[in-house]
Design a protein around this ligand. Sequence first.
Ligand code: HAM
Length: 413
Amino acid sequence: MAEKISFEAPRGMRDFYPEDMVWRNKVFDAFRAAGEAAGFEPYDSCVVESYELLARKAGEEVGEQIYHFFDKSDRHIALRAEMTPTLARMVAQRQKELQFPLKWTTIAQCFRYERMTKGRKREHYQWNVDIIGEDSILAEVEVIGAACDALRRMGLSSGDFKVHVSSRRFLGELLSGSGISADKHAQVFLALDKRGKMPDEEISAMLRDGGLSDADVKATFDIMNLKSYDGCGELRELFRLAEIAGFSDCLEFDISVIRGLSYYTGIVFECFDTVGEFRAIFGGGRYDNLLTTIGGEPTSAVGLGFGDVVVTELLKSRLGEGAAKAKRGVAVGFMFPEQRDAALALASRLRGEGEAVMLSLKAQKPKKFFSRAESSAAAKAVFLGPDDVEKGVARMKDMETRGEIEICLSAAK
Ligand code: HAM
């Protein structure tokens, strides 16, 4: 007997069945609405990029996770792991024509060959909001504010999540103040970003490899205990502006937020659920030098990436598995083939009036029709039997209240 063939999606890649799409749409709708409300313009690009643009600095985890291959003309091609290098390329390409500051947004499918853990897949969608060409902290406020707004639109509140903020510039000043020279800071940032993900002894070893003495390592760990941002002007300004914008209750100073990407230069932030159950919901920061590293003019930039995976897990846990299923539209069914035409005519009329109609494709017993309508997304249901078509009047049932109203079929011509 021939062996049965069975295919599965490649490990870490996702299929979206209709019940998954309900969640994805809920999350994407909130991304789009929050982006639009804050005045971000949509843009897009292809998931395939040149490897050279995406290749990362040594030590950055994302660099080792890039899916890459050679095309038939031997071009070194990669699937994007994040949107930021592509955004920088697109801006640099039109830097002379674009009007700055610009506020752009996209929902980008990204690929990373990750070690699979809760909240981490090898493919995810990442909502990006970025402001290019603005030095002031108002840019950070607009970007973080938009992300908090998206979380609120999804049904979460400041009790469910906190945006942990810090500043690489501030941390750099503290390190310099402890005698650790600026040329060592990039390595220190990369090592400190691993805190919580690997034992402190391994981080100490990474710091020593980066040229730090034992005393420097101790000083670095001491800095990580800092609880106040009073010494940092840009963080004070961020909290002050967030108060005016109405989301300071979502912010929390956290010196341990470093970020694993080396292009960040100033304020950095990462959002977590307050219970500490999930991985980062979103992360971002200021990256004022990225454009110059890819051949553009010096330009300030702030942005964030907000993945769909963690937030969907969080929403399911906080709001319940069924929370994304909004009841809408009308289910229309019929008892015998003789009522099929009348059912189609009614469905077409209701669609013309703007209703979403799920028309049954086969004659059914009423019990079967109503039980299927019950478990579907339909808010209302109409079932046509011989008598209804003869009288030209049917009943439309509200699936929630169970109330019925009469509707005239003759208008369905
Ligand atoms: P990132 O921290 O690498 O930053 O990713 C941002 C967010 O994308 C994470 O907080 C998480 O929600 C989601 N994410 C990342 N990797 C995965 C994965 N393997 N599976 C599921 N979700 C994932 C960046 O990518 C920066 N480019 C963000 C940015 C935009 N900075 C400035 N502008």
